[in-house]
Design a protein around this ligand. Structure first.
Ligand SMILES: Nc1ncnc2c1ncn2[C@@H]1O[C@H](COP(=O)(O)OP(=O)(O)OP(=O)(O)O)[C@@H](O)[C@H]1O
Length: 258
């Protein structure tokens, strides 16, 4: 079994000739937490959408667990265990927190739509749903309509519904975006917890969030890989500092130890 779970070779996405992602070759180790970071417009979201199969690449290949997935659809790669947060299970605001996770479990186990209405069948998933909610720190919120959850807790619920898919690898798109400071710390701790026994790729804007979380960080700028390594090495890389300073000075002063 290869040490590399997800690999891209020469991955490129052009929009009408504009290179949003150019010749990106990534190797993501099994069991690692890998961060994909970069300043505004670096190509992070485009790269994420290529990896999760929401966008077809212009050129290049993506290999997952030894299999070429370049031409596959999002649902196909999800079945292989490569799951994007919110890919399959959006949060339904009018359903309770528990019902949301139950539905995600029901879908994962291949339950037919006809059975969704049957309370007795859905209740079989209760124990597992409660365990997943405990994993993401949502015990006590089970009966609340998901729409009434505070923002940070909603992201935790989305992670619970993603876990219901039993992913081998999770792809998380800016899990802390728009959060208050205390929520950021909670989500960072949560990602660390759910990453045990899994592989995680995380797209992030801020170096500070990936600092204590990621084993390896790839820095993108203008669609290209600028640097790669652990936090200490990328944060001290003069080219990385210059790329961040060029766009957002506050990010670098928060994120880079000087
Ligand atoms: N559908 C599209 N059509 C044309 N250009 C696009 C499209 N999607 C992205 N781009 C361009 O590609 C570049 C990379 O965008 P992308 O959203 O991937 O960057 P990002 O690193 O995620 O930025 P941010 O941190 O601001 O979200 C940007 O210049 C963007 O304008």
């Amino acid at each position: 079994m290869s040490d590399i779970l997800l690999e891209t070779n020469g991955l490129t996405k052009e929009f009408m000739g504009f290179v949003a992602v150019g010749d990106v070759s990534l190797k993501i180790r099994r069991g690692s937490i890998h961060g994909l970071i970069g300043p505004n417009g670096a190509g992070k979201t485009t790269c994420f959408n290529l990896l999760t199969k929401f966008l077809p690449p212009t050129r290049g290949t993506i290999t997952y667990d030894g299999r070429d997935i370049t031409g596959m659809k999002p649902a196909e790669v999800a079945r292989l265990g490569l799951v994007r947060s919110f890919q399959i299970s959006a949060v339904f605001p009018h359903l309770t927190v528990l019902e949301n996770v139950r539905m995600a479990l029901q879908r994962q186990r291949g339950g037919s739509f006809d059975f969704w209405r049957s309370d007795s069948i859905l209740r079989r998933y209760d124990d597992r749903a409660r365990a997943l909610l405990a994993d993401v720190g949502l015990t006590g919120y089970e009966r609340l309509p998901a729409g009434e959850l505070p923002y940070g807790r909603k992201r935790a619920l989305e992670i619970a519904t993603t876990l219901a898919m039993e992913p081998q690898m999770m792809l998380l798109d800016e899990p802390t975006a728009g959060m208050a400071h205390e929520d950021v710390d909670r989500i960072v701790a949560l990602v660390k917890r759910v990453a045990v026994g899994r592989t995680v790729l995380l797209v992030e804007h801020n170096l500070k969030v990936v600092a204590g979380l990621c084993d390896t960080i790839t820095v993108l700028t203008r669609g290209r890989v600028l640097a790669e390594g652990d936090y200490q090495s990328v944060a001290r890389n003069p080219e990385v500092i210059a790329a961040y300073l060029g766009t957002e000075a506050h990010t670098v002063t928060e994120g880079v130890p000087v």
